[in-house]
Design a protein around this ligand. Structure first.
Ligand code: FES
Length: 249
């Protein structure tokens, strides 16, 4: 009977999430070697549950309760998932450094089930992007909202649209080589994320940050990784970038 290691980004899916849900489908694996390992897993086999990114440690044990079947989150139909059940936390978390240093673990068969892709494992579906053309008071699709060159390298632009008493706020964020736009409304208390004049990124420029209670959102998909609305999403706004123009989608 094999013993496995599955890893997860704790901001996207943590041991606490696994315990809360009990059994979960380990979707989102897009690495071919890991997918091969998933196909080999048998009901009753156990796996260490490993927190990746900055934690790098084993925190619990899960058990395979359903063998490989098609991963519904894979539009290509090539990848599989298994169902894993939380068994127990480990008495003491075991760090990656400890694992590497322990000769008893050398040569053990491990499945590094890569689980870092947005939308892969999380039980909450990513919200559908809103089209400004459907929002009262907002410009129709194809309208130029601003220009890429208007935005500093990590800069943002807040826009407000009004229809009588109704107000609709969005912000457009330039980040790395990408442009993202979200409704300026934190899922926690529905407040605008920023009240300090166009600053949405955190100090390190890695996450969008709500200035009210510090919730952190991934820039690339608006997923909240930390804070009172952890696990929820900003509402994305459909955009189109054409040369230097950023247009309503
Ligand atoms: S309103 Fe955004 S974290 Fe509370």
């Amino acid at each position: 009977m094999a013993f496995w290691l599955v890893k997860s980004e704790p901001g996207a899916w943590s041991w606490d999430d696994q315990v809360r849900d009990g059994v979960t489908s380990w979707t989102g694996v897009r690495n071919h070697q890991a997918a091969l390992n998933l196909k080999t897993m048998k009901v009753g086999e156990k796996a260490f549950f490993y927190h990746s990114v900055d934690q790098k440690k084993i925190v619990g044990v899960v058990e395979v309760v359903k063998e490989a079947y098609p991963d519904a989150t894979d539009p290509s139909g090539r990848f599989v998932t298994v169902d894993l059940k939380a068994v127990a936390p480990v008495p003491e978390p075991v760090s990656l450094a400890q694992i590497k240093a322990d000769p008893r673990l050398a040569g053990r068969r491990r499945a590094l089930a890569d689980h870092l892709r947005p939308g892969g494992h999380r039980p909450v579906k990513r919200p559908r992007p809103e089209s400004l053309g459907e929002i009262p008071g907002a410009p129709p699709a194809g309208t130029v909202l601003c220009r890429v060159s208007d935005l500093a390298a990590q800069g943002a632009r807040a826009l407000q649209f009004r229809d009588g008493e109704l107000r609709y706020d969005i912000f457009i964020q330039r980040w790395r080589d990408e442009i993202h736009a979200y409704r300026d409304s934190c899922p926690h208390l529905k407040l605008p994320l920023d009240y300090r004049g166009g600053q949405y990124l955190d100090a390190l420029g890695r996450y969008l940050r709500c200035a009210h209670h510090g919730a952190l959102f991934r820039v690339e998909d608006g997923y909240c990784v930390e804070g009172p609305c952890k696990g929820r999403w900003l509402t994305p706004i459909r955009l189109r970038v054409d040369g230097d123009n950023i247009l309503a989608g």
